[in-house]
Design a protein. Sequence first.
Lengths: 235, 218
Amino acid sequence: MDSILSGFIKAFSLIIHLDPELLGIVLLSLEVSGLALIIATVAGLPAGAVLGLTRFAGRDFVISVMNTFMGLPPVVVGLFGYLLLSRSGPLGFMGLLYTPSAMVLVQTILAFPIVASLCQAAIASVDPVLRQAAETLGATHSQVTVAIIKEARYGIISALIAAFGRVMAEVGAILIVGGNIAGYTRVMTTTIALETDKGNFELALALGIVILLLSFIINAVLHAVQKKGMVPVII
Amino acid sequence: MSLRIDASHVRKDYDGKTVLRDCSYTFDRHGVYVLMGRNGSGKSTFLRICALLENADGGEISYYSEGGVLPKDLSLKRKITLVLPRIGVFNTTVFKNVAYGQKIRGISHGEIESRANNALDFVGLRHKKDQHALTLSSGETQRLGIARALVIEPEILFLDEPTASVDEENTGIIESIISKMKREDRTMVVMTTHDKDQSERLADFLLVLKDGVLGEKA
C-alpha cells in the first residue's frame, strides 16, 4: 500500500515539475497521434462523404468492411506494419521501421476506418429534405455537398475525437513498429508497459495520470460538441 | 413579368402508377396561381416538376423569357424557388437560414444582412433572427421558409401546401404574406392547397388537378 502511495506522490511530483523525460514522451505521443489523425481525416472524411452521399454498386459491402475495420486489433495492424516495413518487406527500402513515421503509419491505419465510418454515418443521417432545400435555393452540386457536410459537423467532430482517443490509447501496433526506443519512439502507452515491467512505477503512474487526464479532456470536448449539436429546448 | 412557364402534356408515373396523365398550362401572368386537388392528386409532383426538382416521364416543362426558351441551367434555377411542405431547416439560427441562398450566390455580407432583415420583417420573424431555427413552431418554420425563398428575389415562387400543417393564426399570417406579395406584384406565385376557401381567398388563377389532368376552374 505504501509503495502505491509513494508511487503516486512521485508521479505527481514528476508532473508538477514538468519532468523533461515525461514531457518529451507526452509531446511525442501527441505528435504521432495528432499527425495520424490529420492524415486519417484528410483521407477518411472524403471517403465518408462519398459513402454517405452517393449510391453505387458495392457501397454496402464497403461500409461493412469499414465498420469491421473499426475494431481492428492493434497488434494485428502492428504485425502487418512490421511485415511491410521490415528490411525484407515490400516497403523495407524506405527504412521506416522503428521510427516515429512507422508509428504514424499504423495509427493512421487504425484511425482511418473510424473516421470514414463515423463520418459516413453522420453524413448519411442528415435529413434528405435538406439536400432538396439547398437545391431549391439555387445551390450547385458542390454547394449542396458542403451544406450537408456542414449539417453533419457535430457528428464529424465526434468521429475525429473518437479516432484520436483510440490512437492515443493504443499500444500494440506502435510497440511492434516503433520499438520503444528511448527519446525516439517511446510514447506514453509503450513507456507504461516497459516501466511496469521494470518495476519503475513512478513514471508509469505519472504517464497513466496524464493519459487519463487527456482522455477526460477528449471526452469532455466530445460531450460539449454533442451537446452543442443538440437543438436547444425552449420551455 | 419576364419569365413564363409552359407545361406541355406533362406525365409522371410512380411505380407503374400514373400520377400525372396530361398536364398542360401556361403560367404567363402576374399574380397568384392556386393549384387545387385532393390529397394524392399529384399537385406536389406537378409543382416539383415545374420547379425543376423532378423530371417528367412525358411531355415537357419549358421556361421562356423575352428572348425565347431558356436552358434549364443554374442561372434559370436561381430565378425560381420552391418552398417545400417540410421546408428543411438548417441546424443554425433563423438569420443564417435566411442568409443561405444569398451566401451561395456570393452576395456581400452587408447586402445579405439588409436583405435578410427585410425578408424577416416581411414574414414577421425579425425578432427571432438570432433564435435557433429548429426551435420555431411549425407555423413560424413555414414563414421562415417563405423568408428564405423571398430573400433571393425569385421571379417565380412555388409554395407547396404552405399552410397544411400550421395553426389557424399562422395560416392567417401566411395568407396575408401571400396577399402582400400579390400587392407588391414582383413575383409570380404558384401554390398548391387542398383548402377550397383559401384558394378562393388567394387565387388570381384557379387550377384544378383531377384524375391526373390539369384544368382551369371556371
